[in-house]
Design a protein around this ligand. Structure first.
Ligand code: URA
Length: 203
């Protein structure tokens, strides 16, 4: 079960949540990480984008999607004429999980327990922003929103109604595109843009 919110906290105030999340100790990931990377964007954003967890550069900057994956995302949004500044960007897990490898820090997937420990932050962000649309980037985000049975590659790229106010879809994570073999990158990127075009057509 998700860890309880630290008290006292006004659970509907994004700034209070952001500050409280800095001190989160609900799982061990806080310790080697530089800082909590909370979501950012307008509180009244109509679209929430959810990634997996901060990467190396996000951990250092304290902001989501500022590294290589963020550049792929920015390029795709730019091609579609969708302003990133109008969206609320966040992650399913708010700390960078990594394995030291020489001077590098290699991304490691957060465990289910770590994902669950972080879950109440994402839930609180969504409750506060009340978006019309949610985009899940990758399987971790998709499973946080749709449940553990969600099969990304089968169910990507189509709207799913969450409630009367909000619908959501999933697509691949931009860092998955960066890992594809060179001859698959163009097609992978094109499919990513095609999925994100659902947002433009919904706006
Ligand atoms: N990958 C993510 O999932 N989120 C980020 O913020 C950066 C990279």
């Amino acid at each position: 079960a998700p860890a309880p919110l630290p008290q006292p906290i006004a659970a509907d105030d994004l700034d209070a949540l952001r500050i409280a999340a800095r001190a989160c100790r609900a799982c061990p990931l806080w310790e080697p990480a530089t800082q909590t990377v909370f979501g950012e964007g307008p509180e009244d954003a109509e679209t929430v984008l959810i990634g997996e967890q901060p990467g190396d550069q996000e951990d250092l900057a304290g902001r989501p999607f500022v590294g290589p994956a963020g550049q792929v995302l920015d390029r795709a949004l730019g091609e579609l004429g969708l302003p990133r500044e109008a969206m609320y960007l966040t992650n399913a897990v708010k700390h960078f999980k990594f394995e030291p490898r020489g001077r590098m820090r290699l991304h490691k997937r957060a465990s289910v327990a770590e994902q669950n420990a972080c879950r109440h932050w994402l839930d609180a962000e969504i409750r506060r922003v009340k978006p019309r649309r949610i985009v899940c980037l990758g399987a971790t985000a998709a499973q946080a929103v749709f449940g553990r049975d969600f099969a990304l590659l089968r169910e990507r790229g189509r709207w799913i109604e969450l409630d009367a106010h909000t619908r959501a879809f999933a697509t691949v994570h931009p860092s998955y595109l960066l890992r594809l073999p060179a001859h698959e990158q163009d097609a992978g990127y094109a499919a990513f843009v095609r999925d994100l075009a659902l947002l433009r057509d919904a706006a």
